[in-house]
Ligand binder design. Structure first.
Ligand SMILES: Cc1cc2nc3c(=O)[nH]c(=O)nc-3n(C[C@H](O)[C@H](O)[C@H](O)COP(=O)(O)OP(=O)(O)OC[C@H]3O[C@@H](n4cnc5c(N)ncnc54)[C@H](O)[C@@H]3O)c2cc1C
Length: 414
């Protein structure tokens, strides 16, 4: 296949999902991935029910031993703790999972291949741009050989750094939220825990609050994934040293994990999370941008795998229609499809992360929230984007309710 109808740049969750749905709809598609599976990707390795739904739709085999099923979320703030099972929903399963990205991404690439996509590894795509138009793509193999292809449509799925996207003039909106996160792995006798854990109030050794959140995602095989993230809306974000925050977080982890900082299985590594569809334009004359390259991470919870799957699928649907009608102008619909699905939700999320950027508000919210199971269960549904269609209006109402609660919190609890 020298010039497929569609070329997908990047074989992460977004690229493989796009490849899967294009091939399943009979489109000739080549996915190029510059690394070789199993390839590492810095990640918390956590999948919410929303991501599970996408994987089920792609017929992912959840019986593989690398999958560890997760029943719900345990949220901490200081000494307060609340354990919440994933909610019962009609559109989503009531369970999540954890799996290393080195196991997950190659497996989804294979699902795309099974549908008829060609997946070419160790191949880097370089945009050939003339007069601001994408006229071709150079595919550079490891041995240095270069092949120029002329696909009709290109899907840009090259992750948060998105060099290919930048060559097409995509840019991130600086006024939209953004996060930096680091993670590492530890051995833990509690790795079979069926809850993922999140700490909403991280403190240094002197008890000072740090502008970040932390997680422990058990992998079920003797190892846990531990990390911290810092949102650009947090006060003091610019001075954040995420590695030091991780040390502070690990030093105060609950005893049942039985880990200490010096036992990390590998040095902590970090990455960027562009959020709320902050990167655009999303579509050009013959290209579309998906996943992290489009800034698709959910600002509420830092989840990006699911949104890479979803945007890959939406892009595929639009491309299938445009190719069937032999009218690439129809690709322009993609921006509207994204807006219809996410714009209202992200609007709430953007305000929310701005409000919790104030540490005293964040403390007030967590202190009040963790004392109220109904409020936290609602918050979990909103944050993991698990609302039923008829509940969408509620997201806004919940946000307003939370905001009201925070405003009336007495000083002594914040
Ligand atoms: C520390 C951290 C923790 C996180 N934890 C979670 C979590 O627990 N759950 C969750 O849902 N999300 C998490 N995320 C976010 C998640 O990792 C991303 O949102 C997700 O990987 C996005 O998928 P993608 O396909 O868009 O991009 P990527 O997964 O980055 O894939 C892009 C692929 O493109 C390839 N590539 C790049 N350039 C080229 C090129 N020119 N030619 C060919 N190939 C190319 C890369 O090698 C890569 O394989 C986390 C992120 C970080 C940094």
């Amino acid at each position: 296949m020298s010039s497929p109808d569609v070329l997908v740049v990047g074989g992460g969750p977004g690229g493989c999902a796009a490849g899967y749905w294009l091939a399943r709809n009979g489109v000739s598609v080549l996915v190029v991935e510059k690394k070789t599976y199993p390839r590492e990707k810095t990640c918390g390795d956590g999948l919410t029910p929303r991501a599970i739904k996408q994987l089920l739709d792609m017929e992912f085999d959840f019986s593989v031993p690398q999958i560890h099923r997760i029943k719900g979320l345990r949220a901490y703030a200081g000494d307060l703790m609340l354990e919440m099972p994933w909610p019962e929903r009609t559109s989503y399963p009531n369970w999540g999972a954890s799996i290393r990205r080195s196991d997950l991404d190659g497996a989804v690439a294979q699902l795309a291949e099974k549908q008829g996509a060609e997946v070419r590894q160790a191949t880097e795509a370089i945009a050939v741009v003339q007069d601001m138009r994408l006229v071709g793509v150079d595919l550079k193999s490891m041995d240095g050989s270069v092949e120029r292809v002329f696909p009709r449509v290109v899907v840009v799925a090259d992750g948060s750094l998105s060099r290919f996207g930048r060559a097409l003039s995509t840019q991130r909106r600086k006024d939209y939220p953004y996060a930096l996160a680091v993670r590492t792995y530890y051995e833990s006798p509690n790795s079979t825990d069926e809850y993922i854990e999140s700490q909403l109030d991280i403190r240094d050794k002197d008890g000072r609050s740090l502008p970040s959140y932390g997680w422990v995602f058990p992998l079920g095989d003797g190892v846990i994934n531990v990390g911290v993230g810092a949102l650009s809306t947090f006060k003091g974000w610019r001075d954040v040293n995420t590695t030091r925050m991780l040390e502070a977080y690990v030093a105060r982890l609950p005893e049942y994990w039985q880990v200490s900082e010096s036992d990390a299985l590998q040095p902590a590594v970090g990455g960027k999370l562009p959020m709320a569809m902050s990167v655009g334009p999303k579509v050009g004359a013959n290209w579309l941008v998906i996943g992290d390259a489009a800034g698709a991470v959910n600002p509420f919870n830092g989840e990006g795998i699911d949104y890479a799957y979803e945007t890959g699928r939406m892009a595929a649907d639009v491309i299938v229609e445009a190719l069937a009608a032999d009218d690439l102008a129809l690709l322009g619909r993609y921006a509207q499809v994204l807006d219809d699905e996410y714009a209202a939700y992200h609007k709430v999320a953007r305000v929310f992360v701005k409000v919790i950027g104030n540490p005293s508000v964040m403390r007030g919210l967590t202190q009040v929230g963790l004392r109220s199971r109904p409020l936290m269960e609602w918050t979990l549904k909103v944050m993991a984007n698990l609302l039923e269609p008829e509940e969408y209006g509620m997201a806004e109402r919940v946000y307003k309710a939370i905001e009201k609660v925070v405003r009336v919190v007495p000083d002594r609890v914040v």
